[in-house]
Structure formats: C-alpha cells, structure tokens
Design a protein around this ligand. Structure first.
Ligand code: DAH
Length: 342
C-alpha cells in the first residue's frame, strides 16, 4: 500500500484511541471522510501526480482505505452511542424498590379526641355548646353556685385568686350561671373548658379540662339524668356499660350524686382498673339546687333541672389506660402516637 495511505490508516487508529464521545467521533470522521476537504477525499486529488502504471492500484487503495475508515469509524460511533445511552439510563434511573419517603402526620391530642367524642354524643341528644370565660368573678364561680363564703373550695390553697374579686375558674359549673342568666328554659347545654386548681400530683394537674352539662325544663328529675348518662356510657365505653348513682354532696345540686359506670375492662367482675370493685367513678352530678335556679331568676315552681361535670383528663386516662396525668401534658410524641393508635 502507498505509504501515504498507510500513514493515514495509522493516524485514524491512533486518533480513535483518544475519542470519548459520539460528538468527538463525528468531528474526527469529518476530518478524514468529508467529501472534498477530508484527508481521504484529498488523496483522490493526488491521482494526477501518480504514475500511470500505479494509478489503478492507488485508486483501489484509496477506495479500500475509505471503505475501511467508514466501517471502522461507523462501528466506533455505534459503540460510543450505546455507551452514552447506557450512561443516560443510569443517570435517569428511578429505583422503584426504595421505600417511599414518609411524612409525619399530625394527630389530634387525646384530650381533644375525648372532648370531641363527648361533644358528639351529647349533641346527638340535642345539647348546645356554651364556652364560658376562664377568668371568673368570685360570684359566678362560687356565690351564685350556692357555695358559701366558708366553703373549703374557696381556700387560697385550692383557688388561684387574681384579686379579691377575680379568679381562675375552678369549675366549668360557673358557665351554668352565665347561661341561665341570659336564657329562660328550656336549656340544654354542654360547656367544655379549662379549669384551674392549686393541686398537683399523679392524678391532679393545676390546669385540667372539664365538661359541664346542664338541662333545665319542666318536670326534669334525677331519672332523666340517669337515663341520659346510661346512653352516654354506652356510647363512650361500649355496649352493656351501666351506671350507678351514689349519694354525694355538691353545694349547687340537691340531691347530689357521684356517678359510677360498670367497669368496661372486666365487665364488672373486678380488675386492676376498677380496683376489684367492678365500678369506676366517672363524674359528679345532681338535681340543680333551687337556690341556684333562683339566683338566675328561674321560677322553681315551674322548672327544675339536672347538671353534671365530667373531668376530661380522667376520662382520657381511663380510656387509654394512663396512670399519670402528666403524660397528657408533656406532649411526648412517642406517648401521643401510642394513644392515637387506639
Ligand atoms: N363542679 C364539680 C367539680 O368540679 C363537678 C360537678 C358536680 C358539676 C356535680 C356538676 C354537678 O354540674 O352537678 O368537682
């Protein structure tokens, strides 16, 4: 082969080693195979300087070199394109076997869940919601509720006084007075809210939540109270749960009762939750004391009523099996997540 042709072939072989992309192959190919300016194209122009007897062999050599270069560089181009496609696949690969990223979901706090559940049950029985103020006067929190000056609940030890007249309400019962002052019977309200007492141990917190209930109408008796509470415990603690009333004392009710429900954990046989008694205390209630109705200008010869007060934290503790009230206020996410799973 003509030395010149051989040199070009070697140049192509050596140059190909340096190529790294299909674009480089394209440029390199142009350098040799571009019709008129490519190095192989120019070889044909040399024909005129070749002696006649060598022309045929030279022409054949150039054509062979051209065919070889086309095949060689074409193959290289294909290989390079395949490599580039593979690299693109790798770069754009989506690994569908990876677990999805989880986003933390918010949940309602157990106190809110229990509060909503109680509201749901009673609104189903026609109760309306009234939310009273957290700062009360001595009159609404005590005097109007027939709680005399010397009652122990008024003690500085129990009540957070803001001034001789103002205090943080110790009970949602104060809401009863606001409602009865504004509205004549029939009255059927539920009053949820925070209350405050200077009390702090495993089952008491200086701030906790109560739900007050008040019904005033013609002919209301203790039987109406028990019938309604039976329905309440059935819905909140499950079918077959019953109530029991025990005599008690509250200044604003007469008679007053503590209400127990049959233990929803053991069905009344006796267990750790009910301390072997088969009953669990759930709320205080009673027939509204006439003095309270009179304080609000309600005619006791026509109307009577019943009231009850539920501790929401206590209800949540029973429902979720919590023995320390602090767990409900610490907002430890691990604890809250467990409570929400129930
Ligand atoms: N206010 C009472 C308390 O905080 C609970 C209570 C008892 C409310 C009897 C009532 C009731 O309405 O009739 O301990």
């Amino acid at each position: 082969m003509n030395a010149n042709l051989e040199q070009i072939k070697q140049e192509i072989l050596a140059g190909a080693e340096e190529l790294n992309s299909s674009k480089e192959v394209y440029e390199f190919k142009k350098k040799f195979l571009d019709g008129k300016t490519g190095k192989i194209g120019l070889l044909m122009k040399e024909m005129k300087n070749i002696p006649n007897e060598e022309k045929a062999a030279y022409g054949k050599g150039v054509n062979e070199l051209k065919a070889w270069a086309l095949e060689f560089l074409g193959g290289l181009d294909e290989k390079m394109k395949a490599k580039e496609l593979q690299a693109r696949y790798e770069a754009e690969k989506i690994d569908i076997s990876l677990p999805a990223e989880t986003t933390a979901e918010g949940n309602l706090h157990p106190i809110t869940l229990v509060r909503n559940e109680i509201i749901d049950i009673f609104s189903g029985m026609g109760f309306e919601i009234y939310e009273g103020p957290e700062i009360e006067t001595d009159y609404y929190n005590f005097t109007a509720l027939n709680t005399p000056q010397d009652h122990p609940a008024r003690d500085m030890q129990d009540t957070f006084y803001l001034s001789p007249e103002f205090l943080l309400r110790t009970q949602t019962s104060a809401g009863q007075i606001h409602v009865m002052e504004k509205k004549q019977p029939p009255i059927k309200i539920l009053s949820p809210g925070k209350v405050f007492r200077s009390d702090d141990d495993a089952t008491h917190s200086p701030m906790f939540t109560q739900m007050e209930g008040l019904v005033v109408d013609k002919g209301i008796t203790l039987c109406d109270l028990q019938g309604m509470l039976d329905e309440f415990v059935r819905q909140i603690y499950g079918e077959g749960t019953k109530t029991r009333l025990r005599p008690s004392y509250f200044p604003f009710t007469e008679p007053s009762v503590e209400v127990d429900c049959s233990c929803f954990e053991c069905g009344g046989k006796g267990c750790k939750l009910c301390k072997g008694t088969g009953w669990i205390e759930i709320l205080g209630a009673g027939v509204v004391n006439n003095k309270v109705l009179e304080n609000c200008g309600i005619d006791t010869s026509v109307y009577s009523g019943f009231a009850f007060g539920i501790g929401i934290e206590r209800t949540a503790m029973l429902k979720y099996g919590i023995n320390n009230i602090k767990m409900l206020f610490e907002s430890d996410i691990k604890v809250l997540n467990q409570l929400n799973d129930k």
